[in-house]
Ligand binder design. Structure first.
Ligand SMILES: C[S@@+](CC[C@H](N)C(=O)[O-])C[C@H]1O[C@@H](n2cnc3c(N)ncnc32)[C@H](O)[C@@H]1O
Length: 267
């Protein structure tokens, strides 16, 4: 596969950055070429260079931009990733007053495993209060995949056995080797597209808990701070924010108070 020229790489990554806020540096050149190859083939272009040239010349139509974003975002995720956060949340659930609404936002939900992991926990342990979960992601392909809730078995390896039994259906026939999240949970978790780099949708409420994990790593300091400010605008005064363990927020000068490792609340 012929790599993209530096010029085409710069142009396409600039375009991607303008929409997503994610800066793909030169170290990602081979990765970007690889990810665009399939789009080029699907578009009937002989190589990625021609695909990018035509995309830019045609003013990057919305439909093709959606496909580009779906290809260039990194969506890796799995159930009960960074399990300390789920243990921390479990401890907090006991303090929720009976009957008081409890809401959780998975703010870069990818294919939905994080939101469904929270749903399993809430179903089991928050039986004394009504709850809702919303998952949002930039990639519409990921939002659709989250709504389908059908996963390769290995993504569910961290699901506690009792939850696996209660909330996951083993695929049969064509779906062998996959698990489907039960309908009981699917109907309780809503997934929508939302770009954290743009004003958030009006319908998005205030949350008791926000998961914003393994997404900030892709942004520069300025964009990180902008996203956090926007997200914190949707966290209730006593709310809890979970960020990825690899993501340091200390240099951003935001009004946050640590409650634990990668666990925060308003200062
Ligand atoms: C690595 S996944 C993280 C999934 C999950 N939170 C976890 O920790 O496993 C990162 C997700 O962030 C999404 N993302 C990237 N930029 C975004 C943006 N500007 N707005 C919303 N989501 C974005 C990507 O589409 C991707 O699905």
């Amino acid at each position: 596969m012929k790599p993209l020229s530096s010029q085409a790489f710069d142009a396409v990554t600039r375009l991607f950055h303008s929409v997503s806020g994610i800066r793909l540096t030169e170290s990602k050149h081979a990765l970007v070429t690889g990810r665009l190859q399939r789009l080029a083939t699907e578009a009937g272009e002989p190589d990625v260079e021609t695909y990018v040239e035509k995309l830019l010349r045609g003013g990057a139509p919305a439909q093709e931009m959606t496909r580009l974003i779906d290809r260039l975002t990194t969506n890796e995720t799995y159930f009960f990733r960074e399990p300390q956060h789920f243990n921390d949340l479990a401890d907090r659930l006991a303090l929720v007053p009976p009957g008081q609404d409890f809401s959780v936002w998975s703010a870069a939900s990818s294919s939905g495993e994080e939101a469904y992991s929270v749903a399993m926990l809430l179903s089991e342990q928050l039986t004394h209060a009504p709850w809702q979960i919303i998952g949002t992601d930039l990639s519409t392909a990921m939002v659709e995949s989250a709504r389908r809730a059908l996963y390769p078995m290995d993504r569910a390896r961290m699901v506690p056995p009792a939850y696996l039994k209660r909330f996951c259906l083993r695929g049969m026939g064509e779906q062998t080797g996959q698990v489907l999240v039960s309908r009981e949970l699917r109907v309780k978790v809503r997934f929508e597209a939302a770009n954290l780099m743009q004003p958030l949708p009006d319908w998005l409420p205030q949350f008791d808990v926000i998961f914003l994990r393994n997404v900030l790593i892709y942004f520069d300091t300025e964009a990180k701070a902008e996203i956090l400010r926007r997200v914190l605008g949707h966290l209730k005064p006593q709310g809890v924010l979970y960020t990825g363990h690899a993501e340091s927020l200390s240099s951003l000068g935001l009004p946050l108070r640590p409650l634990g490792t990668a666990v925060h609340t308003h200062a």
